[in-house]
Design a protein around this ligand. Structure first.
Ligand code: C2E
Ligand code: MG
Ligand code: MG
Length: 729
C-alpha cells in the first residue's frame, strides 16, 4: 500500500517537471496530498501537531497586453472577484500603486535579462487591491508563456498573500501572549485603581504573585521615597493627563528598593471615560549599578578610593559659586608626600602604593566630614576646606595633616617615615576658580619643599600672619606653665548707689619680652587652637583662688564675673564648675559667668540645658557684648540670663549719636521687660554715665570709674569703699 503511494508520488513529481501553468499547480497540490498520505500511513510525523494547510496560490494568466485569460479559485478567494467578473479585464485594476507598471518593467529588465533565467521569471512583493477595497501585500512570481516555436504568447502569474491579517480574536490572544512574555513588568488597574492584571515579568521583578497583587492598589509597590509633588505628576498620568515616563523607585515584596523605568498612562473607553490605567516598567537596577560603577571610575582615584582632580574641581566649582554669594573664605591645600619616589625606587611600587593608601587614610582621619580630600596625582593630595572662618585656619589643618603622618607608618612589610609639605591657596584672595587655586597652591608647595617648610601660604601676607599665629600659640603654651598669666579686675558700679557691686576678671599675659599682651590678640589664637580650654580652666581656678583669698582676708565680696569661651560650654561644664568651687570653698553667688551671643546662635537645645543646670546650681549668667550679634527679644526669652551687658560700641556715641541713643534705649527697655539687670560696658565719660543712668541702666563698667586693675588694687578699692561720683550733664 505504502509502496503504491510512493510510486504515485514519483509519477506525479515527474509529471510536475514536464507540465506547466495551471496544471502544474494542480499537480503540485496532488503531490502534497499524496505525500501526506504516505506520511500518515508510514507513521512519519504522526506525533507532529497538524500544520494548517498553506493556502493555495492564486494563479492567473495574461495575454501579452495584460488582459486576463485565466483566474483560478484561489485567485477568487484572495481578491474576492469571480472569474466571470475579471476575465478579459486588464490586470491593472488589481494594482494598488499607479507607478507599479514601471517597477515591474524594471524588474523584468533586471531579472529577465539574466542569462541563467531562461524562462524569464520575475518575483516581487507588491501591493494589490481586493474587491473590498483593502490593500494587501502579495508575493508574485511571473514568467513568460511561450508557444511551441518559443515565441512569447502571454504571462503566467502566481500570487500569494505575504501577510495574513489577524482575526480580532487572534489579535487579542496574540497581544495577550506578547504582554505575558514581555520582559517589562505590566500592571493594569481598573477605574477604581485596583490591579486587574499583571504579567509574569511583574511577578519576577516585584516578587508579588497574581494572588498577592490582584485587587490591591499600585501602592503595593510604593517605596515612600518620592515627595508629594512627584507623586502628583504620576497621579495626573493615571487620571488621564497624558502618559508619564520617568524613573521611580519601587519596593519589592522582600522590602528591597529598586529603580524602575516606567511609562504610565490611562486607557479610555468609547465614551471617553477612563476605564483602565496601565504601567509598563523595567527594573533598571543593573544599569544603575553600572552607571554608579562608571561614575566611580570617572571620579575616584582607583588606588586610594579618594576623589580625583576631576571630582575635586566639580565639588569646588559648586562651593566657589556659593562662597562668592555668601562672601565666605575657603582654602585649597596641595600636599606633597616627600621621599615617595625614593621609597618606590628602592622598595618597589607596591610599597609606594601601600604607603599612599596609608597616608590617605591618616589624612582622612584628621579632617572634618565637610572637608574634601582628593588625590591629585603621583605623590600629591589636595584638601579643599570649603568654609573657613579665618584664613589662618588653613594653617592649622596643614599642621594636623603633617602631624597625622609624623609617627612612622606601619605597612605589611615595612615601617616607613614620610614628610609632607603643604602649599595653601586661599579664596577669594589667591584665586576664584579651582584651576588657579590649585596652581597657586602648587607654587606654594614647591617653595615649601625647597625651604623644607611644613606648610606655606601662596601669599606673603598670609605667611606673616600664620607665622605670628604660630608664634603666639607656642609662646602661649609656655606662658601657661611659666606663670606669665594673671587676672585683672574691672569693677562694676551701681548707677543708683554709686557703690562697687561686682567686678569682671580679665585675663592678662605678661610676656617676658613684649610686656603686657592684650587678650584681644591671644584669645582668638587660643580659641582656634583649642588652647582656650586650658586657659579657661586656669582662669576659673585663679578667679576662685582669688575670691577665696579675699574672703579669707574678710573683704566684703562682690560677685566676680568670669568670661567663658563658647568652646568651654560643653556638657561637663557644670561638673567642672562644681568641682572648682568646691575645692576653693567658693559659693555660686560669689561668681557670675559671662557668655557671648555666638553661643546662643549655635546648637541651642544643648546649650539651654547646660545653662539651666548652671542656674540651678545658683550661678548667674550675663550676656556679654550685647547688640553685636543676632540677639532678638524673642530669642533671649528662651535663655535663663539674668544680666545684659550693652556692648561698648553703642556706648561710645552716647549721648550725641542718635542711633546709639536709640539702640541703648531699646536695649534697656527690652531688658527691663525681661527683668534683666543692665550693665553698660566701656563707659568713659560723665555724659555717657548720666545718659545711661537716666535711661534706667543698672550698672556701669568702664574707664570712667576704673580700668581693669591688678587684684591688690581692686581689693584696695573695695576696702576704701570707692564710689562713683554722680555729676549732672
Ligand atoms: P569683654 O569681656 O567685653 O571685656 C571688656 C573689655 O573692654 C576688656 O578688654 C576691657 O579692658 C575693655 N574695657 C573696659 N572698660 C573700657 C573702657 O572704658 N574703654 C575701653 N576702650 N575699653 C574698656 P580686654 O581686657 O582687652 O578684653 C578683651 C576681651 O577679651 C574681653 O572682652 C573678653 O571677650 C576677652 N577676655 C578677656 N579675658 C578673658 C577670659 O578670661 N576668658 C575669655 N574667654 N575671654 C576673655
Ligand atoms: Mg566680658
Ligand atoms: Mg564685653
Amino acid at each position: 500500500m505504502v509502496d503504491k503511494a510512493i510510486e504515485r508520488c514519483l509519477a506525479l513529481s515527474l509529471a510536475a517537471r514536464t507540465q506547466q501553468g495551471e496544471a502544474l499547480a494542480a499537480t503540485l497540490a496532488e503531490l502534497d496530498a499524496a505525500l501526506a498520505e504516505v506520511q500518515s500511513r508510514s507513521g512519519v510525523g504522526a506525533n507532529l501537531p497538524a500544520e494548517p494547510a498553506a493556502p493555495p496560490e492564486a494563479i492567473l494568466t495574461l495575454d501579452l497586453a495584460g488582459y486576463l485569460t485565466s483566474w483560478n479559485a484561489a485567485a477568487e478567494t484572495l481578491f474576492g472577484y469571480t472569474a466571470t467578473e475579471v476575465l478579459g479585464q486588464n490586470i491593472l485594476f488589481l494594482h494598488a500603486d499607479d507607478d507599479e507598471d514601471d517597477h515591474i518593467a524594471d524588474l523584468f529588465m533586471a531579472q529577465g535579462d539574466n542569462p541563467e533565467n531562461s524562462d524569464n521569471r520575475v518575483t516581487a512583493e507588491v501591493r494589490r487591491r481586493r474587491k473590498s477595497g483593502d490593500v494587501i501585500w502579495v508575493k508574485l512570481a511571473m514568467r513568460l508563456l511561450k508557444d511551441d516555436g518559443g515565441e512569447p504568447v502571454g504571462m503566467h502569474v502566481a500570487m500569494k498573500q505575504v501577510h495574513e491579517p489577524l482575526s480580532e480574536v487572534d489579535k487579542v490572544s496574540l497581544h495577550a501572549r506578547i504582554i505575558e512574555d514581555s520582559d517589562q513588568g505590566v500592571l493594569i488597574t481598573d477605574s477604581s485603581e485596583r490591579i486587574v492584571s499583571i504579567n509574569s515579568a511583574f511577578t519576577r521583578i516585584t516578587g508579588y504573585t497574581p494572588g498577592e497583587s490582584l485587587g490591591r492598589t499600585p501602592d503595593l509597590l510604593r517605596s515612600g521615597v518620592h515627595d508629594a509633588e512627584f507623586r502628583a505628576k504620576v497621579r495626573a498620568a493615571m487620571t488621564g493627563a497624558g502618559p508619564w515616563r520617568g524613573e521611580i523607585i519601587g519596593r519589592r515584596k522582600n522590602g528591597e528598593l529598586f529603580p524602575q523605568s516606567v511609562t504610565i498612562s490611562a486607557v479610555r473607553d468609547e465614551a471617553g471615560n477612563i476605564s483602565h490605567t496601565f504601567s509598563l516598567f523595567s527594573d533598571i537596577s543593573v544599569h544603575k549599578d553600572a552607571e554608579a560603577r562608571m561614575q566611580r571610575m570617572a571620579n575616584y582615584d582607583t588606588l586610594t578610593g579618594l576623589p580625583n582632580q576631576c571630582l575635586l574641581s566639580q565639588l569646588m566649582g559648586q562651593a566657589l559659586t556659593e562662597a562668592r554669594r555668601s562672601h565666605e573664605h575657603g582654602a585649597l591645600l596641595s600636599v606633597e608626600i616627600g621621599r615617595l619616589g625614593a621609597i618606590s625606587d628602592t622598595l618597589g611600587h607596591d610599597v609606594g602604593n601601600e604607603l599612599l593608601q596609608a597616608v590617605g587614610k591618616q589624612f582622612r582621619g584628621v579632617l572634618r566630614e565637610g572637608d574634601i580630600l582628593a588625590r591629585l596625582d603621583g605623590n600629591r593630595f589636595a584638601v579643599a576646606l570649603l568654609h573657613i572662618e579665618k584664613r589662618e585656619h588653613a594653617a592649622i589643618v596643614a599642621q594636623k595633616l603633617a602631624s597625622s603622618v609624623a609617627a612612622p607608618i606601619e605597612l605589611a612589610q615595612h615601617t616607613l617615615q614620610v614628610r609632607v609639605h603643604t602649599g595653601i591657596a586661599v579664596y577669594p584672595e589667591d584665586g576664584f576658580d579651582t584651576n588657579s587655586l590649585i596652581r597657586h597652591a602648587d607654587v606654594a608647595t614647591s617653595k615649601a619643599v625647597q625651604g623644607e617648610a611644613e606648610f606655606l601660604f601662596y601669599s606673603e601676607e598670609m605667611n606673616q600672619r600664620a607665622k605670628e599665629h604660630l608664634r603666639i600659640e607656642s609662646e602661649l603654651r609656655s606662658a601657661l606653665h611659666n606663670n606669665e598669666l594673671l587676672l585683672y579686675y574691672q569693677p562694676k558700679v551701681s548707677l543708683r548707689s554709686g557703690r562697687i557691686v561686682g567686678a569682671e576678671a580679665l585675663l592678662r599675659w605678661k610676656h617676658p619680652v613684649r610686656g603686657m599682651v592684650s587678650p584681644g590678640v591671644f584669645i582668638p589664637v587660643a580659641e582656634e587652637t583649642g588652647l582656650i580650654l586650658e586657659l579657661g580652666n586656669w582662669v576659673l581656678e585663679e578667679a576662685c583662688r582669688q575670691v577665696r583669698a579675699w574672703q579669707d582676708e574678710n573683704l566684703i565680696m562682690t560677685p566676680i564675673a568670669v568670661n567663658l569661651s563658647a568652646r568651654q560650654f560643653d556638657a561637663r561644664l557644670p561638673e567642672r564648675m562644681a568641682d572648682v568651687m568646691q575645692r576653693h570653698g567658693v559659693l555660686p553667688e560669689q561668681l557670675m559667668l559671662e557668655i557671648t551671643e555666638s553661643l546662643l546662635v549655635g546648637g541651642a537645645d544643648n546649650v539651654i540645658s547646660i545653662m539651666n543646670e548652671l542656674v540651678a546650681m545658683g550661678l548667674a549668667l550675663a550676656l556679654d557684648d550685647f547688640g553685636t550679634g543676632y540677639s532678638s527679644l524673642a530669642y533671649l526669652k528662651k535663655f535663663p540670663i539674668s544680666t545684659l551687658k550693652i556692648d561698648r560700641s553703642f556706648v561710645i556715641g552716647l549721648p550725641y549719636e542718635e542711633n546709639d541713643c536709640a539702640i541703648a534705649r531699646a536695649i534697656v527697655t527690652m531688658a527691663q521687660q525681661l527683668r534683666q539687670e543692665i550693665v553698660a560696658e566701656g563707659v568713659e565719660t560723665a555724659e555717657q554715665m548720666s545718659f545711661l543712668r537716666e535711661l534706667g541702666c543698672d550698672q556701669l563698667q568702664g574707664y570712667f570709674f576704673s580700668p581693669p586693675v591688678p587684684p591688690d588694687d581692686f581689693a584696695h578699692m573695695l576696702r576704701e569703699g570707692k564710689r562713683l561720683a554722680f555729676t549732672s550733664r
